[in-house]
Design a protein around this ligand. Structure first.
Ligand code: FEO
Ligand code: CA
Ligand code: CA
Ligand code: CA
Length: 628
């Protein structure tokens, strides 16, 4: 039997690296919460401007001219992509498609080898961005991880059996850099482009910033503590104004294991879920650096934001330790009023924190940018129930830790200053049309019940208002003085996801959630140039019980002003929709389909008995207008 029961990363950590049992909170008082409008901090949008759901009276022609530009679609459980009337989709690339003409095409029987995978698009694409380099359009895409039942679906148990299998898995991770072009109206990868590149778990990286060279970063293979091999579990992304790509290492812990079962696990391992067992990848079998009993500092060299220059295929990616070490979701980069670089960062784990990095120096076009992500200050968010919040600096003075230690043991530093434990911060997105920022807090079944791995309490309240939070919420904050450099902000809840068909209490969601647009587990957030918020989901797709009527994972669009949310896309079965970018002319939106058929129930996109393939969908408007 193929093993489709691979747990989620969180599920894995729950089983193998369990958190402390119960919060000691006699004090958690669940106030009588009535539906909608009930919780402090839930924004009520201006009456009159707010439309509840989709009006059947809106004609398609009218819908194309309103601020959304489309008529909402219904939830469904089809094994395909659904987009609104007036829009079309096609696949740009799938897992295993070769980037060079000399490379082997994807083989459905073997599902590739280490050699073919190293020259092909990686698996489970996530964050991505486009770049224009010397008149050529490039797309840079994270390949976050692999599903054993899919990539090793040729093996009887759906697990790696040979060293080549393990190396194939390593090559399916990382980043794919590809030139793309529209040929006869159809998007394609430009094979053999000089910019095409695969970055994998074995590509050399440069460690930069305060932690580079520190004794905690040194290993037998790298006594200098400045060069590491590879990047993996690359989740969301960011993009800089100086033309580089930021890739974010998330569940890096699940690849390490110990050959010594008796190895004692110190807090520096347990806080990050690094334990005796890996997540089933078996990387330590072919590469000893993943054995923590032999190389205990190796995990300190993962869990960072990595900067990549796509214009130079020979450049060495730079791990930016100044942005902290945690389970990075994405890196939303904006400029403060004085042009200092501000990067908002989420740590996606139950009860972990939200961060902000501010560079020491301003970004000045045409000037040296090499130190902007190396020298600066990291802050962590503290929310208060009065709709206010502050960024607490993580410095030697506030934490008692050295600068290097703050960059390596960042979660511990956040705990010391009393940061707010969050409901799993996923993507952060800043509105280009106004100074406001959104974070998706995807869900947290431990809210109000268990501490985080550092023992910090997870009280119900503020931006995390529901115990046993199964649906998630989107929180918005507005920096004081309209400046991302301000150390204080106001906040409120933009959307509290829920199911108003099933529940009448706070699980029904906020007023802008209705039968026609309900969803669970908001995850990817991306703003388009018009200031529309695109919301992607990574939730339960059972379409039953608490999740009845929500269908497959999907993408919606939110209006920041009115609060209205409309469903734009429904993905195929058992997928997550994640990662979004646009062509340089804004006429195509690229959207990621990750792990279709993660439980064996999809054959997307080719149907029949074909192997399900993650990939990128290119969406256009039939009238040829811009899509955002
Ligand atoms: Fe890779 Fe938190 O999602
Ligand atoms: Ca995510
Ligand atoms: Ca997620
Ligand atoms: Ca996923």
């Amino acid at each position: 039997m193929r093993d489709y029961n691979q747990p989620s990363f969180d599920g894995f950590d729950d089983i193998n690296n369990p958190k402390p049992a119960e919060n000691d909170f006699d004090a958690i008082v669940e106030s009588a919460i009535s539906r909608r409008g009930f919780l402090s901090g839930v924004l009520t949008f201006g009456a009159g401007s707010f439309i509840m759901g989709t009006s059947p009276l809106i004609s398609t022609a009218e819908a194309m001219t309103d601020s959304f530009g489309f008529q909402a679609i219904a939830a469904n459980t089809f094994d395909t992509i659904t987009v609104p009337e007036g829009y079309s989709w096609e696949m740009l690339v799938h897992w295993g498609d070769p980037l060079w003409s000399s490379a082997a095409p994807f083989n459905e029987v073997t599902r590739g080898t280490a050699t073919s995978q190293a020259t092909a698009f990686g698996d489970n694409n996530d964050g991505m961005a486009t770049f224009m380099v010397e008149g050529h359009q490039l797309i840079v895409v994270n390949n976050e991880y692999t599903n054993r039942g899919t990539i090793f679906g040729n093996r009887e148990k759906g697990k790696p059996e040979t060293d080549d299998d393990i190396r194939k898995g390593m090559a399916a991770h990382g980043i794919s850099v590809m030139e793309i072009a529209q040929v006869d109206g159809s998007w394609q990868i430009v094979q053999d482009s000089p910019w095409n590149r695969r970055i994998t778990a074995n590509t050399e990286m440069l460690l930069t910033g305060p932690a580079a060279g520190h004794s905690l970063m040194r290993t037998d293979a790298d006594p200098s503590g400045t060069r590491s091999l590879g990047t993996w579990n690359n989740c969301g992304n960011g993009q800089t104004p100086w033309g580089t790509y930021l890739t974010c290492e998330e569940n890096f812990n699940g690849y390490f294991s110990s050959s010594d079962d008796a190895l004692k696990l110190p807090p520096r391992f347990t806080r990050y879920g690094i334990g005796h067992k890996d997540w089933g990848y078996a990387w330590a079998k072919t590469d000893e650096r993943f054995d923590i009993s032999k190389h205990p500092n190796e995990p300190n060299r993962a869990g960072y934001v990595v900067e990549i220059d796509p214009s130079n295929p020979n450049s060495t990616p730079k791990k930016r330790t100044a942005l902290g070490r945690f389970k990075h979701e994405n890196a939303e980069l904006v400029l403060a009023s004085d042009n200092r670089v501000v990067v908002y960062l989420g740590d996606d784990e139950r009860g972990e924190f939200l961060y902000r990095y501010v560079s020491d120096s301003p970004y000045l076009e045409g000037q040296d940018t090499s130190e902007l992500l190396a020298k600066g200050t990291l802050y962590v968010a503290k929310f208060t129930d009065n709709q206010r919040g502050a960024w607490l600096p993580l410095t030697p003075e506030t934490t008692g830790m050295s600068e290097a230690e703050i960059c390596i043991h960042t979660r511990q530093a956040g705990s010391i200053v009393g940061a707010t434990t969050m409901d799993r911060p996923e993507w952060v997105a800043a509105n280009p049309q106004s100074i406001e920022v959104y974070v998706a807090l995807t869900n947290n079944k431990n809210r109000g019940k268990k501490t985080n791995a550092g023992g910090d309490a997870t009280p119900v309240g503020g931006p995390n208002p529901r115990a046993n939070n199964r649906y998630g919420q989107i929180v918005r904050w507005i920096p004081d003085m309209q400046d991302h450099g301000s150390d204080e902000f106001s906040w409120h809840i933009y959307a509290l996801a829920g199911n108003p068909d099933v529940h009448e209490d706070d699980r029904a969601g906020s007023a802008n959630i209705n039968s026609g647009n309900m969803f669970n587990a908001p995850d990817g957030l991306n703003f388009d140039t018009q200031g529309r918020l695109w919301i992607q989901t990574d939730g339960k797709y059972s379409n039953k019980g608490d999740f009845a009527g929500m269908g497959n994972n999907q993408m919606l669009v939110g209006d920041p002003t009115t609060g209205e949310i409309r469903r734009f896309l429904v993905g195929p079965r058992e997928c997550e929709i994640t990662g979004m970018t646009w062509s340089q002319d804004r006429k195509t939106a690229f959207v990621g389909v990750q792990h279709p058929g993660e439980r064996g129930g999809s054959n997307f996109p080719f149907g029949g008995n074909h192997v399900p393939r993650s990939g990128i969908v290119a969406i256009t408007r039939n009238d040829g207008q811009e899509i955002g």
